[in-house]
Design a protein. Structure first.
Length: 276
């Protein structure tokens, strides 16, 4: 954005642009120390199995409590953490913390963590192995969520890393399914445990026939291939009825439970158990 100044010159440094750059720098500096200062926290959102009618797992979601700026959304700071590679350190902490937390939950309730492509260039397998070892969590109670984009990276060892994770016994889930790339070839190359149907399709399923058909198609794909499916972002009874009718395996959304802090999980599960 160039701004015309008095004499026909252009100034490329609008104050607002300066602020943006400075803002990013300061956020980067703050992010580097966020872990050490214990400003990062994991919240957990329940995943409900529709056939069983109860919680079978939780997804770990990062929260950053900034002392001055308040809560910063992961949608804002994860991209920055990835660009700066700070995600490697944060990602390791997420894996270790989520496994330790889940080991306290009733068996066989599982935990899923989001893993960034950047972590695939690091010591992901080692971190997952030590998280399991330290926590004593059974590997099948631990899942990693990856997005489709990472599977297209032919040059890297993604498939080999996924196989090493499978050998550890942990589950691998595809997140935001349908928003990335339409090549389904990767579904043949690796035994994914679950496909999470992106919330944009669920949200629009009631007013867009196309979205409704995409949800139906992914549910069918999962059934045919023997891969579980999760409907993400279910907010209304109508959406729940729809995904249930399509025999989606699980739901995760505000309707069935918002992300909560670790201390609230016990009460959540107890309340669920007391319901008929
Ligand atoms: P995601 O993995 O697809 O996580 C689901 C997001 O949808 C979460 O947003 C969750 O709070 C939100 N959500 C769940 N149910 C509903 C609903 O019914 N309605 C609406 N509107 N939203 C719902 P959140 O926590 O803000 O996280 C955003 C994204 O940030 C995540 O998307 C994930 O890609 C990333 N992220 C979060 N934690 C981590 C992490 O530990 N590591 C990495 N690499 N990425 C993370
Ligand atoms: Mg996820
Ligand atoms: Mg998702
Ligand atoms: Mg996402």
């Amino acid at each position: 954005r160039a701004k015309r100044t008095g004499r026909g010159h252009f100034c490329f440094c609008e104050p607002s642009m300066m602020t943006e750059v400075a803002e990013r720098r300061s956020m980067e500096t703050d992010l580097r120390s966020a872990l050490a200062l214990k400003q990062l926290e994991l919240h957990y959102q329940p995943q409900i199995d529709l056939a069983a009618g109860r919680t079978v797992g939780f997804e770990a979601l990062l929260r950053w409590r900034h002392p001055l700026k308040g809560n910063i959304s992961p949608a804002l700071f994860i991209p920055l953490a990835e660009e700066t590679k700070i995600i490697r350190e944060i990602g390791d902490w997420v894996i270790l913390t989520a496994a330790a937390e889940a080991a306290r939950w009733p068996d066989p309730i599982s935990v899923a963590v989001n893993v960034s492509p950047v972590q695939f260039q690091g010591k992901l397998v080692h971190t997952v192995a030590s998280a399991l070892q330290r926590s004593g969590l059974a590997p099948e109670r631990f899942a990693i969520e990856i997005t489709e984009g990472i599977l297209l990276d032919e040059s890297s060892d993604v498939l080999s890393i996924l196989n090493q994770l499978k050998d550890l016994g942990v589950h691998v889930v595809i997140d935001d399914f349908g928003t990335g790339y339409s090549s389904l070839g990767y579904l043949r190359r690796f035994p994914f445990h679950k496909l999470k149907i992106d919330q944009s399709f669920i949200r629009s399923a009631s007013d867009s026939r196309d979205c409704a058909m995409i949800v139906k198609a992914v549910a069918g794909l999962g059934k045919s291939l023997g891969i579980k499916t999760t409907a993400e972002g279910v907010e209304t009874e109508m959406q729940l009825d729809y995904v249930r009718a399509e025999e989606v395996s699980e739901v995760q959304g505000y309707l069935t439970g918002r992300p909560m802090d670790a201390g609230s999980i016990g009460a959540f599960l107890a309340q669920e158990a007391s319901r008929p």
